[in-house]
Design a protein around this ligand. Sequence first.
Ligand code: NAD
Ligand code: GLY
Length: 361
Amino acid sequence: MENIQVKINPTPGSSYPILIGENLLDNPYELIKNYTRANRFLVVTNEKVFSLYGSTFDTDFAEVIVLPDGEEYKNIEVLGLIIDKALKLKIERKDAIIALGGGVIGDMAGFAAAIYQRGIDYIQVPTTLLAQVDSSVGGKVAVNHKLSKNVIGSFYQPKLVIADTNTLNTLDDRQFKTGLSEVLKYAFIEKSCKADVDYHFFEFLETHRNEIFSKNHEVLKKLIKICCLLKSSVVNKDEKEKGLRAILNFGHTYAHALEIVTDYRYFTHGEAVSIGMKIIFDLALETGTINRDYYNRATKLLSDYNLVTDFQIKLDEELFYDAMKSDKKVSDGNINFVMPVGFKEVAFKNNIDKKYILSGI
Ligand code: NAD
Ligand code: GLY
């Protein structure tokens, strides 16, 4: 089992482990009890995940709430159901929430933990690739609004993350590829993450495609570990996204707008991100922030991993632009883009003309 420490500077004592390995969900409370004083738990999950992995969590010291499945349910009404359940069960401050599922469950359950009784412990048990490499780490918790993605939320760190790679065996191809979008994102931003070590992650992905698609667990563990190390390097330096952390939103300005204008029902989050990354690479080539060689290499990686990079639906440009302007990175009315500026390197640009911005959609 790998154990990575996420350290949040400068908050004293605010660090927690990410455990990565196989069979970790055989006896999860054996792990959990070492990281929280709670001895009663509210497990937040959805129907699909509960049917696959719920049984070992459903004990006499845990209660379970099973939510509807889907990004369109990541909203304040469904969040209210978690709070209702916690109140009815008389969940106390010293109890804890367990988020068992993908990024939707993780973000919602984490936000419930952040606001219930002004904050109780929670544990992330990510069961999708996307959640294991990204959403379960770093403490961003939120729900969507129909006009803006993840706009109602907080920064609230879990006590523990348990990433059991066995759960990836039951993911369908679409959801596995959705996670790979965020994985490739780390390759495109690696240098800007300012980690102590160069993981050569772009090159790793170029050379390990077949093992990744065949779900070789040793390779998947390494991949998840590198993504978590890169993310924690960023979160450690800028927990509350005053600057650097926004690089983790590479491709997301377009992605979030795509999700909003399609009512969170058409694309998975990862599909929207891979489309967003392709558009931003096109924009970078057009505006000269990267050269043709890097553009070809980056877009080849996107296509080698069969990621979704275009779409057939016709979007209303003004509605789309409006949705982009509701992004949390908008400042003084300017949309802040995370642009590729070199091999594995990104920088912020906010003076891009509207006609260029919309040329990609
Ligand atoms: P998801 O949570 O909707 O899960 C995708 C699908 O896979 C769902 O149908 C789910 O029921 C199913 N599923 C989950 N685990 C499974 C398993 N082991 N086997 C079979 N099916 C399984 O989507 P996601 O891609 O995990 O997460 C996307 C969400 O994450 C978005 O809301 C996005 O905004 C959020 N996100 C948050 C952060 C953050 O830092 N907090 C970062 C990236 C993304
Ligand atoms: N996925 C964006 C972040 O964690 O900051």
